[in-house]
Design a protein around this ligand. Structure first.
Ligand code: PEP
Ligand code: MG
Length: 743
């Protein structure tokens, strides 16, 4: 290994802990003093001098001479690779990408060819198709007289492949032919690194290329029509998370912001991002944790920045090409990225970015268009994406293949419509409590219900709530015409509806709202206060203690169902009782519901069919599922609560120790995000088996957060569940995950 290449390896990996910038500074100064712009404009004598300076940097930091024994150099380079495995950025990268269970990394040692042997040499990186759009055209970058890391590190902004075609036509033709051979062999879009040493082409490396969601879908659809892959293989070529990117909003009207465009860089990763400007990865993470949308602006990104890049809505860099670190990483995550925007001058010390006359300070809003490379002042309006074109074709293949149904968790008619547009086959969970937060009047009526001391007072408050609930249910039934709508009775602890603030404020607000005396309010609040509300007065315990509550909700559901049915809508209501642990609890609630149904049907002179079932979210319910299924017509696993109660981790407090558990490898992933198949999954299997043994027609689904998480969806499909239900945005992801497990 040559000294310069060892040093460059050392720079990249921070061998011996010397920061990259210490070397970069010397190089920049040298170019400045020689009056040249490019590294390659430096002469051999300049480089020799630079090497001496680099050695001095080493000596200053390490207190010893740079080792001249090649074996020692090799040893250090290898150690650096192994050490890089445990660097904070590598740990962060693995955690973001959920790469778990690996023991370490390997080191390959091989001879090098040199792209920096003059103007008949060069180096490049390419994708066999455009990784942003999927277009079937070589997409890459090339640098004459340079080594590979000059391209990927984004230090020099490279030129496109046409440069190579013009100055090294033979090597270029061979490269094109090799790309075709490799695509045919691997049946995928490839990411290739190559070097030309004195006009001779060397293929250095080839792997499956990272791509955006848009690119992934187009490549999969095109490769089917080119006869390169079949539909089943194509289904596996798109990651469920890819769809997430496609379902992000786009700019409502790009032509409307033209006068606000202040710079244009390379369209490195498509999509629209709107956020507040920050200048460091740490700030990006911190602001994001405070719920802010941020745009990370850097001269160039380095692997240390991965955490901030992931936290940011968009990334803007002054340097680096389409295959630079920022671009590749951003595309892999579907983050919008504009790179190589040479019009911007980033001043990290002052926390400003200067673009001509415009100065943008930290915290100011900008918008990025990752498909055009435009940098736009202010917050530009976004519009929701649509499932059309290639994506529609691709999703229709997924739907043909999958066996498990995909429903949505939706609480409003708007959400229900969005879910339907995203391909939901019904609503698997409508959380009725969310409707109570929709307006001040509703919330006030709920509070009157909670504060009521007598049944009469409670009934009077419930009478106020009934019309609100009925009209929401009507909207949802209409939006879901022909599909089942699963409505859950009130579930959360009642104190969640009380005002926030200190006790004095709460009492004064409630006294005004309800007209009750202060001491009455105070005593009621004390009664409602719980040490452990998640395990307290919630779920079916509410409806059993206050039957009039269940009756009001059932009445609103049946009245809405009948009125919609009278208007020609096909309604399929399914009423779900939450937090059941014993068959007696369910029996109690079912009797109330069925009685209300009879009453409403006779009052309105119709009969509709409907189902009553329960959530399975208490471990005991899973174990006595056979007894529960004697009454329940369906089960829906509430895997949020089931996880909470199986692990004994509070959903609200898990954040205190979960990061420690993850970093120590005690848990491989957050069980509230990725289903714990071994424990919680076992309960799901037991309950499904026992439930279906007692009632073979039992419909079984899941409506916890795991319903939209790909690996969990695969588990539910294999466990034989009838459906998963997830947020409307994740419906396409679940549809694809379900298809992938089927192939
Ligand atoms: C669940 O517990 O999984 C569930 C869907 O109910 P919630 O999140 O409303 O408690
Ligand atoms: Mg629950």
């Amino acid at each position: 290994m040559s000294l310069t290449s060892l040093i460059s390896t050392a720079i990249q990996l921070k061998v011996m802990g010397i920061p990259h910038s210490s070397f970069e500074e010397k190089l920049e100064k040298m170019k400045e003093s020689k009056g040249v712009r490019l590294d390659t404009d430096l002469t051999a004598a300049d480089l020799k001098e630079l090497v001496e300076q680099y050695k001095k940097v080493y000596l200053e930091v390490k207190g010893e001479e740079f080792p001249s024994d090649p074996k020692k150099q090799l040893q250090l380079a290898m150690t650096a690779v192994f050490d890089s495995w445990d660097s904070p950025r590598a740990i962060k990268y693995r955690s973001i990408n959920q790469i778990t269970g690996l023991k370490g990394t390997a080191v390959n040692i091989q001879c090098m060819v040199f792209g920096n042997m003059g103007n008949t040499s060069g180096t490049g990186v390419l994708f066999t198709r455009n990784p942003s759009t999927g277009e079937k055209k070589l997409y890459g970058e090339f640098l004459i007289n340079a080594q590979g890391e000059d391209v990927v590190a984004g230090i020099r902004t490279p030129e496109d492949l046409d440069t190579m075609k013009n100055c090294m036509p033979q090597a270029y033709d061979e490269l094109v032919e090799n790309c075709e051979i490799l695509e045919r062999h691997y049946k995928d879009m490839m990411d290739i690194e190559f070097t030309v040493q004195e006009n001779r082409l060397w293929m250095l490396q080839c792997r499956s290329g990272k791509r955006t969601g848009k690119g992934a879908v187009k490549i999969a659809v095109d490769m089917v029509s080119e006869g390169l892959v079949d539909i089943c293989s194509a289904i596996k070529m798109v990651e469920p998370q890819h769809l997430d990117q496609l379902l992000h909003p786009q700019f409502e009207n790009p032509s409307a912001y033209k006068d606000k465009v202040v710079a244009t860089g390379l369209p490195a990763s498509p999509g629209a991002a709107v956020g507040q400007v920050v200048f460091s990865a740490d700030d990006a993470e911190e602001w994001h944790a405070q719920g802010k949308s941020v745009i990370l602006v850097r001269t160039e990104t380095s692997p240390e920045d991965v955490g901030g890049m992931h936290a940011a809505a968009g990334i803007l860099t002054a340097r680096g090409g389409m295959t630079s670190h920022a671009a590749v990483v951003a595309r892999g995550w579907g983050r919008c990225c504009v790179s190589g925007c040479s019009d911007i001058h980033v001043n990290d010390a002052e926390k400003v970015v200067v673009i001509g006359d415009v100065v943008i300070s930290e915290g100011e809003w900008i918008s990025l268009n990752g498909s055009t490379g435009e940098v736009v002042l202010g917050k530009q309006p976004l519009s929701p994406p649509a499932l059309s074109g290639d994506l529609e074709t691709f999703m229709s293949w997924a739907d043909e293949i999958r066996r498990i149904k995909v429903m949505a968790n939706a609480d409003t008619p708007e959400d229900a419509l969005r879910a339907r547009n995203n391909g939901a086959q019904g609503i698997g969970l409508c959380r009725t409590e969310h409707m109570f937060f929709a307006s001040d009047e509703r919330l006030k009526a709920v509070r009157r219900m909670i504060m009521a001391v007598t049944t009469e007072q409670r009934k009077a408050a419930l009478d106020l709530l009934l019309p609100y609930q009925r009209s929401d249910f009507e909207g949802i039934f209409r939006a879901m015409d022909g599909f089942p709508v699963t409505i859950r009775l009130l579930d959360p602890p009642l104190h969640e509806f009380l005002p926030e603030g200190d006790l004095e404020q709460i009492v004064s607000e409630l006294t005004t709202e309800t007209g009750m005396m202060e001491d009455e309010v105070l005593s009621r609040i004390e009664k409602l206060s719980e040490v452990n509300p998640m395990l307290g007065f919630r779920g079916c315990r509410l409806g059993i203690s206050y039957p009039e509550l269940t009756e009001m909700q059932a009445r609103a559901i049946f009245q809405a169902a009948v009125s919609m049915s009278n208007q020609g809508v096909t309604v399929l209501p399914e009423i779900m009782v939450p937090l059941v642990g014993t068959p007696q609890e369910l029996g109690h609630q079912m009797t109330l519901i069925r009685n209300v149904a009879k009453k409403v049907f006779s009052e309105m002179d119709v009969t509709l069919s409907y189902k009553v079932g329960t959530m399975i979210e208490i471990p005991r319910a899973a174990l006595v599922a056979d007894e529960i299924a004697k009454q329940a017509e369906f089960f829906s696993f509430g895997t949020n609560d089931l996880t909470q109660m199986t692990f004994g981790y509070s959903r609200d407090d898990v954040g205190k120790f979960l990061p420690i558990y993850l970093s120590k490898g005690i848990l491989q992933s957050d069980p509230f995000e990725v289903l714990d198949q071994k424990g919680v999954g076992q309960l799901i299997k037991i309950a499904t088996e026992r439930g279906r043994a007692a009632r073979p027609s039992l419909k079984v689904g899941i409506c916890g957060e795991h319903g939209g998480e790909p690996s969990s969806v695969a588990f539910f499909a294999e466990a034989g569940l009838d459906y998963v239900s997830c947020s409307p945005f994740r419906v396409p992801i679940a549809r694809l995950a379900a298809a992938q497990v089927a192939v």
